[in-house]
Unconditional design. Sequence first.
Length: 502
Amino acid sequence: MLLLAGLAGCGVTVPSDELVVLTEAPAVSPDPRYALSAYDFKLSHLLYAALVSVDNASVEPQMELAEKVASKDGLRWEVALREAHFADGRSVTADDIAYTYASVRDPATGSRLRQRFVDDGLTTVEVVDPRHLVFTLSHPHAPFITDLDVGILPRPSDGKTWPRGQLPPGAGPFVYASRDGEIWRLDRNNHYWAGVPPIAHVTIKTIRDDNTRLLALVGGSGDLTQNTISPLVLDAVAANDRLQVETARSSVYSYLGLNCDDPILRDPRVRRAIALGIDRERIVRTKLRGRAVLATGMLPTFHWAYATAPTPGYDPAEARRLLDEAGFKDPDGDGPLPRFTLIYKTSNNRFRVAVAGVIATMLAEVGIDVDVRVHEFATFFADVKKGNFQMFSMQIPEIAEPDLYTNFFGSKQIPTRENLDAGGNRMHFRSDALDALLLAGRREPDRERRRAIYADVQRLLAKELPVISLWHEDNVVAHRRQVQGFQLLPTGQLTSLARTHK
């Protein structure tokens, strides 16, 4: 931090009409049909508006391009559009909505969203007039309104489709200007329906090295960064008179994924022993400096479907007993030999590596040797999708609809060799009882009855433990003091840049 103080005046000052956002990893494809990574989504939400959004403090569906979405029977969904325009000035019409959903559902497009609307039972999208359309489902699907959080594209004038790699104009607060490697430049959308953004230009710049990124912020060549500074140095950053640090509650879920096909980890007693061997409270207190809430499951405490589940606490003696019961006896008592060795994969983010090291040390105390393998994120994520791991740690940034449990734990959502993006159940967990609950949660329109169903889901997963819930980290933004108006959102999205100025 002394070095940072000495270099504070050595940066290149960003112009007053530009905002430079520093990230740790690049966006690759912000086209809403192909967005996959967290930063793909962050950039996509800046460029493309959806019918419905959950980018708000309550993580509840709110109208965006849609003025109203209503259904009397759960099968016929009527949508009325507000007056809105794409960045090139064209009006957003019902025909553009129909085109976008046809493109997403077309197998030739190869969209990651196609399966969502297969599961929904979406059969037709009917244009009534330029401001009204009707979605028809083959069966009731309670999460349908949040499934409408899909960025809308204009219908191409040539009557064909937008090719992959070409970014069409959107109706979001900003418009794509240019790209230089891992630097994306955006201009404000002067036709944005919610009001012209006060900042003229936004640059999304990736700096992978933690120290270099922090130096850029302190030195003035960057304006803002969110969730990229290690909690270990946040207090020192906050003490810098050029910077301001803000924190807020978060829906970001950190977890330890366990491969349920693994010969060791397929036994739920072993999975529970691992959970009992990790002192999560101590990690939050020492590594996260208290900036997190212990998780009992995927949903944060402020979510409408949250229910308390019996999450294992720290109990190394019980962990040792369960391992003995599962047949993994300590081979030499208090000696150095482990009961078994597990490979734990993580990204090369320094803080994640540090946390993995602490978890490995804690598990060693109950006789489990942990071999921490660190990889660049793309390699790490590819291994996770392939099932090439025993344990891994990861975060889920955007949790709004509890049906997300289906994608992460449904038996039909296990990635296949032919399609590694077939689903998010990378733990290869299978449970007929859970599948029945998840289907019931999808089909039940009444929120209170859905709440009871998802309470059972949370209790079942807390018992079976295909993942070990760690914590919900606070969202933390550090920015230059002249940056005003940025709002931290529970989902960690950057859409409040539309109301940010300098």
